[in-house]
Every structure is written in structure tokens, then in C-alpha cells.
Design a protein around this ligand. Structure first.
Ligand code: CA
Ligand code: CA
Ligand code: CA
Length: 536
């Protein structure tokens, strides 16, 4: 494959004056309009998150002219660090990442291979376009790979799945082996229905798929693909062995007027939530909807119900975060749903990237992705560009982190965004004093519960934790404690919100750090896993 030098477009990001509209609990951190991208492109499409081995967070966004790479580690300053053009313009630009390579597809170009292993140093190398020729069903005719609609990476094999791949006699679903990342090989493909399944037509067109690995239950160790097949509904497939992908089951949910576009699996893997792209426009439903399918038995998916949400907009793509369904919904922007039960959803908030007008039309928010250590979300809007938003409060994770200030010392790892939840990601500090500020955008309540999970990198690190009394301006000592290198949980319930929250609904914490005994020459090292401040 020919290696081409990349002209990386360096565009300084900025937080634009956004006209978008947020509900309480969702905060805009950063935005880049289309004009911030090389070209500029005429329209945007898909977006995915990528966290580098170095821990930096990137948005990879498809635009009409190619793929753009944006560093969103500082979400208030999203910065374009690279651009790889596609030979032909396309309004459908999608991608996935496997082993440090971005594989880009579109409806008007062959597969783009982009080496992003050194993206942290600003190096994005366009390897080139890939194609191949295979023999058709007649055993004679040679067909050349031309395009795919979407691509998803396997989590267990050096494989990417190319959906709706065309140029052949059928639109294939391909398992592409990328063990040699710059010289992929088709490992196997699905191009026919099994006639025994007796489903109309003989062509399996996969529009998009959701790839999930199972670690428990009857499918433990399996990799399952939920194939969203447009008018042919949802198919399940066992793709554990890329040499032998096996269709398992099928569900059509509604008989007509639908287009199974994409979807998300519940955390317990019992339900698949389908985003149907045509049901609104074709009158199968009266408003934006989620089609809920029980997939406990993958060989017999059972339609449960359609949950209609009451807005005149079209749902497009979705993801699940902290037990909520996040749906990018074209003119409706990002819609956030809480599960009342696994089969009943209630919209609890939104971030409307297309405030001009709602309608069941195809302008607006194409995609949403999360999965960053920070917990930030990225959104792509076809007309208004890229957004980084903070859904902390809406997802039930307490007040949003807003400001980190090292008064005496320095932050040496992570960011305060990583204090949103208890996990493997920490804010690390070396020195003697720092402050963190949190803010609510929700309705005020009388009390605050504060929970801190922290540890000392040096054994017996001494912490003095203060909270600011916003009435007197004085700092109140909440605790003085010794921390060892294992995270400990400290709780401070029933704090008076009127005392500790200012007029901007901010809560301020001060951390004084010192070495315990035996003493160390300089300040201590504190690691904070989670700060959870909940109004009640
Ligand atoms: Ca729909
Ligand atoms: Ca709107
Ligand atoms: Ca954390």
C-alpha cells in the first residue's frame, strides 16, 4: 500500500458562541463549527471517541471532505490535530479504530487506512486506500470492493466489520482481517440469507452493527453482532470466529414502514433498543420512537414494544451511558432517556444542536459517542459541527466538575473530569494545596451529600479537606485524615445547600496535602477517584 505524506491541518479550537439549547443537567464544554475544519466541509456526519494509549481523548469526525481528528482532552478547547481527505466528497463518512489504525469508510470511497498510533505527537499518517477483488456467486465474475456504509471493530479479534459493502454482486457484511493493519485481508463475509430462514429477498444488507462480547451467561466468550438491516429488521450473528460467522436469529418488530438503522444493547444484555430511521417519515409511528427487542435468546429475538417519545423528530444513533440511553436525533439534537423499567423510557434532558426548528427531517445531530475516561460526550451535527458536552448531572453523577486550581503544587495526571465516577481514572496532585469547584444546573434543593474517594500515593498522606461557607466566605474543615495508597471513601451527608452553594450554584472544596510520618521532603501526592456532590 502506498504511503502518502499527510498535510495535517492545525486549526486552533475555540468555544464558540453556541445557539444550541441545553436542558438542565447538560453543560456545553466546547464546540467547533464546520468552518473550524479544513476545507471547510459542507456537511458533517459520524463521530467516534478514541482514547490514545497515552490517555488523551480524541473525537474522530466524518465530514463531507474526509476524516478530521480533534483533541478534546481539554474539552473547553477542542483542537483539530489532523485531516485526511477522501478522494470523493460524501455526506456519509463513518469510521472505526482498531490497534491504533483508523479505518474510514464512506458511500463514495474505498476503505481509507490511517495510522494514528502517534496521534499524541500530532502524527497522523494516511497509509492509503484499500480495495480488493473477489469472485461473485456465479463463481466466474470478478468484483472489486467499492465502498461500505459503516464499520465497527471486533473487541476480541484483529478484525473490523464492514457493513453494507458494495461494488460486489451483493452488499456484503465483511469480516476484514487487519492483523497486518496496512494490508487487510477479507477473512469471510455474509452475502446471502440462509434460504431456510425464508425471509424476503436473498440479500442481507447490513446498514450498521453493534458488536458486543459476552463474559457471562450462555454466550460467555462469544462476540455477537447485532446487525441492523434496514427494511429487513434486526439480525443477530455469532462473529466469534471470523472465518465462520453464523446468523442466529431475526426480528422484524413492525411489519412495514420501518428501517432498522442502528441500536444499543442494555447493560444486562437482555434488551436491544433499535433506532429506526424511516418509521416516523413513513407513518409507522407518530413520533420519535425506540423499538425494544428482548434478545436474551439470540436465536429468537422477541419484539416487546415500541416506546414513542412524543417529539416530531427522527432518532438516528444511540449509546448507553451510566444506565441511560443517549440518542442523537437529527433536528432534536441529543435526547437523554432514563429507563423507568428496561422497556419503558422517559426523556429527562437534551442538548439540541439544531435549535432552528424541530421536524422529522434529516438535518442536525448525526452521532453521539462517549466511553472516554473523562466521561465527556461528543456530538456531531451535520450543519453546526462538533460539540463536547458534560452530562454528569443528568446521568445522576452529581454536580459537574468545572474548575481545578493548583494553589501550591501541580496536577500530575488526569483531570477533574475523571472525578465524576468511581473507576480506574484519577485526578493526581503533587504539592500542598489545591481547590476544586463544582456546579449544578438543576433546581436547587435544601441539602447536599458529599462523597469523596481518594488515596495517597505516598503511604500515610495527610489530607485536610475544607468546604467553603459561601455566606461567611470562610473555609470549614470537613475532615483531617490519613490516606494510604488504596482508595478510601469519605462521606459528608446533609450539608446545608444554602450555606455551601453560592448564587451560581457552585460548591468549592479545598484540599491541603501533607506527608504523614515518616515525613517526606516535599508535599504529598493525592489521587482523587471520585467526588460526588448530590442535591437532595
Ligand atoms: Ca425512528
Ligand atoms: Ca431542534
Ligand atoms: Ca474516577
Amino acid at each position: 500500500v502506498k504511503r502518502l505524506a499527510l498535510c495535517a491541518a492545525l486549526v486552533v479550537g475555540f468555544v464558540g458562541q453556541s445557539h444550541a439549547q441545553a436542558s438542565p443537567g447538560v453543560r456545553l464544554l466546547g464546540q467547533l463549527p464546520l468552518t473550524s475544519f479544513a476545507g471547510p466541509p459542507s456537511i458533517g456526519s459520524a463521530i467516534i471517541s478514541y482514547t490514545s494509549p497515552g490517555g488523551r481523548e480524541y473525537a474522530i469526525i466524518g465530514m463531507s471532505n474526509g476524516k478530521h481528528f480533534v483533541d478534546v482532552t481539554d474539552p473547553t478547547n477542542p483542537t483539530v490535530v489532523g485531516f485526511v481527505a477522501t478522494p470523493s466528497s460524501s455526506a456519509w463518512q463513518e469510521m472505526c479504530v482498531k490497534n491504533g489504525y483508523c479505518y474510514g469508510v464512506s458511500e463514495h470511497n474505498k476503505l481509507a487506512i490511517i495510522d494514528i498510533r502517534d496521534i499524541d505527537n500530532g502524527n497522523i499518517n494516511y497509509v492509503g486506500e484499500w480495495s480488493t477483488t473477489i469472485t461473485g456467486v456465479d463463481g466466474i465474475t470478478q468484483y472489486t470492493y467499492g465502498r461500505s456504509h459503516t464499520a465497527q471493530a471486533s473487541k476480541i479479534n484483529d478484525v473490523i466489520f464492514l457493513n453494507g459493502s458494495s461494488g460486489f454482486d451483493r452488499r456484503y457484511f465483511i469480516a476484514l482481517n487487519v492483523s497486518n493493519p496496512e494490508i487487510p485481508v477479507i477473512q469471510s463475509y455474509i452475502r446471502h440469507y440462509d434460504p431456510a430462514l425464508n425471509i424476503g429477498g436473498d440479500v442481507l444488507y447490513v446498514h450498521d452493527c453493534t458488536i458486543v462480547t459476552y463474559d457471562s451467561g450462555p454466550y460467555a466468550g462469544k462476540e455477537i453482532a447485532f446487525l441492523c438491516c434496514g427494511p429487513d429488521g434486526l439480525w443477530t450473528a455469532d462473529v466469534t470466529d471470523p472465518n465462520n460467522m453464523v446468523l442466529l436469529g431475526h426480528n422484524q418488530y413492525l411489519p412495514t414502514g420501518t428501517y432498522c438503522h442502528s441500536g444499543s444493547l442494555s447493560a444486562d444484555k437482555k434488551y436491544f433498543y433499535v433506532n429506526d430511521e424511516f418509521d416516523e417519515a413513513q407513518g409507522a409511528v407518530t413520533s420519535n420512537s425506540t423499538h425494544i427487542i428482548n434478545v436474551e435468546d439470540l436465536s429468537n429475538p422477541v419484539f416487546v414494544r415500541t416506546d414513542q417519545h412524543g417529539l416530531n423528530i427522527i432518532d438516528h444513533n444511540s449509546t448507553v451511558e451510566n444506565g441511560h440511553l443517549l440518542v442523537s436525533s437529527y433536528r432534536g439534537g441529543l435526547r437523554v432517556f432514563k429507563f423507568e423499567t428496561p422497556t419503558e423510557l422517559t426523556e429527562i434532558g437534551h442538548y439540541d444542536t439544531y435549535p432552528a426548528a424541530d421536524a422529522a427531517d434529516y438535518e442536525g445531530n448525526w452521532g453521539v459517542d462517549g466511553g472516554f475516561p473523562s466521561g465527556n460526550l461528543i456530538l456531531s451535527d451535520r450543519q453546526t459541527g462538533l460539540y463536547v458536552v458534560d452530562p454528569t448531572e443528568l446521568l445522576g453523577l452529581g454536580l459537574s466538575p468545572t474548575t481545578q486550581t493548583a494553589t501550591n503544587g501541580a496536577f500530575i495526571g488526569g483531570s477533574m473530569y475523571q472525578t465524576r465516577r468511581s473507576d480506574d481514572n484519577h485526578l493526581r496532585f503533587s504539592g500542598t494545596e489545591f481547590e476544586l469547584k463544582f456546579q449544578s444546573t438543576m433546581t436547587a434543593k435544601p441539602l447536599l451529600d458529599l462523597t469523596l474517594e481518594a488515596s495517597g500515593e505516598i503511604d500515610r498522606t495527610q489530607l485536610f479537606l475544607y468546604i467553603k461557607n459561601q455566606t461567611s466566605g470562610q473555609w470549614r474543615l470537613l475532615t483531617r485524615t490519613l490516606l494510604n495508597p488504596t482508595d478510601q471513601t469519605l462521606t459528608f451527608p446533609d450539608l446545608d445547600a444554602a450555606t455551601y452553594m453560592n448564587g451560581s450554584k457552585e460548591v468549592e472544596l479545598r484540599f491541603k496535602v501533607s506527608p504523614g510520618r515518616p515525613t517526606f521532603p516535599s508535599g504529598g501526592r493525592l489521587r482523587i477517584d471520585a467526588v460526588n456532590i448530590v442535591l437532595k
